[in-house]
Design a protein around this ligand. Structure first.
Ligand code: SF4
Length: 466
C-alpha cells in the first residue's frame, strides 16, 4: 500500500517510543510555542485534491537533534461531510501517524508532538510528504465520505501564526458548543476505545459534561462518529439507570466498561478521582493529583515543565495515572472538563483544589468560583507542601474545614470508602509474584504502607564518603 515510503507502515508500530538519544529531529512538543493539528471541512472548490504541501523546512533540511514548529492542517470536502466530523477525523492523526515505523506521535491539538528516529531518517525518510501520504490513504479508507483532501504541514515559525490562530479559534468554537448541554439532558453517552493500542483496558466515556481526557472529542463529536460507524471505536453507550447522581455512576457505563475492558474495569464514577475513577490512557491534557497532607488536589497540565508542589513533575505522575488503571487520587483529565460544572463534583470541585500552575489558574479564571480563586496557591506563592499548608490556612481555604473536623474528633473512627484518603506507595497494572512454586499475578495492584524507605540498591564504591 505504501511502496514509495522507505519504512514499514502498520499497526504493529503503534506505541513505539523514540527516546531523545534516538531522535533525528522533533516537531512540536514542549519546546515549541505554536503547534497544532486541525481538520477543517471546506467547500469542494477550496480543496486541491491530494495536494500535500510543506511550508517551511522539510525533514531533509532540518538540523539533527533540533526541535521545529509543527502545524498539520487537513482540509476535506464532500457532500456528506459536516463540521461535526472534524474532531473525529482529527483524532485519527494520532493513531495513523503512529503506524509509521520510526515515527512517534504524541498528544493532540495544541500539544501535538512528533519525533522521527535516526533509523527512519537513515532509511530515507527525508520528507513530511510521507506522513501526508499515510494520513491521506488511511483517512480515506476509514472515512469514505471524504471526497477531496489536501494536507499542509507548517514548520516555519514565521509562517505558522495565522494557521495556528485559526486552529485555536476552531477548538474553542467546538468546545463552547458542548458547554451548554448537561449530562441529564441526554439519554446516550459515547465511549471511545481509540487508545486501546496504548492502554488495552482503557475506554473514555464522553458525556456533555465530561469531555474526553485528550480534550479532542466532545459529546457532539462522539455522536457524529457513532453515526458514521456505530460499531466502530467510538460507540454509543446507553446511560441505563443512574446509581449515584453525585458521583456519576450509571448502569450502562458500568456494563460497557466491563465489556470493553474485558473485565478489568467494572464500575466507573464520572465525577470523582477516588474509588472507581474514570481510567486514563496516556493522552490526558492534565492530571488532578491528591495531596494527602492538605486533603486537597493539585492540578498540573502537560505543558508545565517544573516540579509541582509535591516535588513531582507532570511526566513522573503521568506514569502513575495512565495505562487504563483506576488509581486513587491520580486522575487524567482534559482542560474542557475543568470548565464543567461536574468537574470533580463528588470530591468538592474547585473547593477541593489547593494548587495549580499560575498560567492554568489564569486560563481557568472564568470557571473557578470567585470566592475560591484567591485561595488556590500557585508556584508563585508556595514551593512545597509545607508552604502550601500555611498558605491555605492564611487564605481560609475550604479544605481546612476537613482538617478541623478531624482535629475535633481525633478518636472517632474514620471510615472511608476503600482507598479514599490513603495513597498507595506502589501501584502497577500487573504485578507478578512467585511464592512456593506458584506464580501469582496481581491485577491493578495498589500497595499501601505505614512508611516507605527508599535506598540505593547498588553497593557504594570503596572509599566513597557517607
Ligand atoms: S484519550 Fe480517550 S477520547 Fe481521546 S482518543 Fe484516546 S480513548 Fe479516545
Amino acid at each position: 500500500m505504501f511502496k514509495e515510503i522507505p519504512v514499514d507502515v502498520s499497526i504493529a508500530h503503534a506505541g513505539e517510543r523514540i527516546r531523545k538519544n534516538d531522535l533525528h529531529v522533533e516537531l512540536g512538543g514542549p519546546d515549541v510555542e505554536e503547534k497544532f493539528e486541525l481538520v477543517k471541512v471546506r467547500q469542494g472548490d477550496q480543496v486541491k485534491d491530494s495536494a500535500i504541501t510543506v511550508i517551511g523546512p522539510d525533514v531533509a533540511d532540518m538540523e539533527p537533534g533540533k526541535s521545529y514548529p509543527l502545524g498539520i492542517l487537513i482540509e476535506v470536502a464532500g457532500p456528506e461531510l459536516e463540521p461535526d466530523f472534524e474532531g473525529v477525523i482529527e483524532r485519527r492523526i494520532h493513531e495513523y501517524a503512529n503506524y509509521i515505523e520510526g515515527l512517534m506521535h504524541l498528544n493532540q491539538r495544541y500539544d501535538t508532538w512528533i519525533r522521527l528516529s535516526k533509523k527512519a531518517y537513515g532509511k530515507g525518510f527525508t520528507t513530511l510528504r510521507f506522513v501526508g501520504e499515510v494520513l491521506e490513504q488511511l483517512l480515506r479508507n476509514e472515512f469514505p465520505i471524504i471526497g477531496q483532501m489536501q494536507i499542509t504541514f507548517y514548520t516555519d515559525a514565521a509562517k505558522i501564526s495565522s494557521a495556528y490562530a485559526e486552529a485555536m479559534n476552531s477548538y474553542e468554537a467546538r468546545d463552547a458548543r458542548a458547554r451548554g448541554l448537561t449530562d441529564d439532558e441526554v439519554d446516550v453517552f459515547y465511549g471511545c476505545a481509540l487508545c486501546q493500542s496504548f492502554a488495552p483496558g482503557h475506554v473514555c466515556v464522553i458525556t456533555p459534561q465530561r469531555y474526553a481526557n485528550c480534550g479532542a472529542i466532545s459529546w457532539f463529536d462522539g455522536r457524529a462518529a457513532a453515526r458514521i460507524d456505530p460499531k466502530g471505536l467510538i460507540f454509543p453507550i446507553e446511560k441505563g439507570s443512574c446509581l449515584d447522581p453525585e458521583k456519576g455512576e450509571y448502569t450502562g457505563i458500568n456494563e460497557s466498561a466491563g465489556k470493553r475492558s474485558l473485565g478489568e474495569v467494572s464500575r466507573v464514577y464520572l465525577y470523582s478521582a477516588f474509588t472507581y475513577p474514570h481510567t486514563s490512557c496516556g493522552c490526558f491534557e492534565g492530571i488532578a493529583f491528591y495531596i494527602p497532607e492538605v486533603e486537597g488536589f493539585g492540578i498540573v497540565t502537560r505543558g508545565y515543565k517544573e516540579a509541582t508542589v509535591n516535588g513531582l513533575p507532570f511526566s513522573a505522575m503521568a506514569d502513575s495515572t495512565g495505562g487504563g488503571r483506576q488509581i486513587d487520587g491520580f486522575h487524567g483529565l482534559s482542560l474542557e472538563y475543568m470548565r464543567s460544572q461536574k468537574f470533580l463534583a463528588a470530591d468538592g470541585g474547585y473547593a477541593r483544589v489547593a494548587w495549580m500552575p499560575a498560567g492554568l489558574k489564569e486560563q481557568m479564571k472564568p470557571f473557578i468560583p470567585p470566592e475560591i480563586f484567591g485561595k488556590i496557591a500557585t508556584e508563585r506563592e508556595v514551593k512545597n507542601v509545607g508552604e502550601l499548608r500555611q498558605f491555605l490556612v492564611e487564605r481560609s481555604h475550604p479544605v481546612i474545614q476537613r482538617w478541623e473536623a478531624e482535629e475535633e474528633n481525633p478518636e472517632e473512627e474514620h471510615v472511608e470508602e476503600p482507598g479514599h484518603a490513603e495513597m498507595p506507595v506502589f501501584s502497577a497494572g500487573e504485578l507478578p509474584l512467585s511464592y512456593g512454586g506458584l506464580k501469582i499475578t496481581l491485577k491493578n495492584a495498589r500497595i499501601y504502607a505505614d512508611r516507605a524507605i527508599i535506598q540505593w540498591s547498588k553497593p557504594k564504591k570503596p572509599g566513597a564518603g557517607e
